[in-house]
Design a protein around this ligand. Structure first.
Ligand code: CA
Length: 245
């Protein structure tokens, strides 16, 4: 049975979600604060397969919760509930490590579909961590450059013998850059094509993602050779820098 942790302080909304998810066969746990969520998630094997995390919470907000989760190496798929019309919140959530988002008020059927999508990706991730055989059976969806390879379906970056988990959005962004290998891509194009955001959004939010990707991708993040800044435009991914060994 799939287990959902709902982090929402508005009792009527949390109750409605619980009712509908349980009707769909999910095992549901509700907590009203970010602190309580982090406590549940800090267990060695938290009984949670997917997290629905509201941004507006008393005490620690959703951004703080997701960012603490990810910093602690907790990569359970997480959907954030944001306020409609706050596209900056969406980017802030993704930058902090969220996998998906839904603006309030949302259509319940869409929330269910998003949760199913996140669970599918979570299953791939677990399969790749626990069973190399199962992982080998997954469709080939990777890109190798030098001693590094990115596995989009499993949301991970391998550098020599090290494995770095990627959030869904990091994986999607990297895929987009790889698809445009060698060409400059603008921040606006990334926002539209990767995040599906068309509003006038602060495009500098993209830079936070680049900082994180460079940490894993580059031997020296201060002198990137793969993820290059193109001044006044955006970024350019170079798989094989000319002076690479
Ligand atoms: Ca709330």
């Amino acid at each position: 049975m799939n287990r959902v942790l709902i982090v929402e302080d508005e009792q009527h909304l949390a109750d409605g979600l619980r009712f509908n998810l349980e009707a769909e066969g999910y095992q549901v746990r509700v907590v009203g604060t970010g602190e309580a969520a982090l406590e549940v998630l800090s267990a060695p094997a938290p009984p949670v397969d997917v997290v629905v995390l509201d941004v507006m919470l008393p005490g620690k907000d959703g951004f703080a919760v997701i960012s603490e989760m990810r910093q602690a190496g907790q990569f359970i798929p997480t959907l954030m509930l944001t306020a409609r019309g706050h596209s900056a919140d969406v980017l802030k959530g993704f930058a902090a490590g969220a996998d998906d988002y839904l603006a309030k008020p949302f259509d319940l059927a869409i929330l269910m579909a998003r949760i199913r999508g996140l669970l599918r990706r979570g299953e791939w991730l677990r399969a790749s961590l626990n069973h190399t055989v199962a992982a080998a059976a997954q469709p080939q969806d990777s890109f190798t450059f030098g001693e590094k390879s990115v596995h989009f379906d499993r949301q991970e970056l391998r550098v020599r013998d090290q494995v770095f988990p990627l959030t869904l959005m990091e994986a999607n962004l990297l895929r987009y850059l790889v698809q445009h290998e060698g060409k400059p891509v603008s921040r606006k194009a990334m926002l539209e094509d990767v995040w599906g955001l068309h509003e006038d959004t602060d495009t500098r939010a993209i830079d936070n993602f680049m900082v994180r990707l460079r940490k894993h991708l580059e031997d020296d993040a201060q002198r990137p050779r793969h993820l290059l800044t193109v001044r006044g435009v955006g970024y350019r991914f170079v798989a094989h820098p000319p002076d690479s060994k």
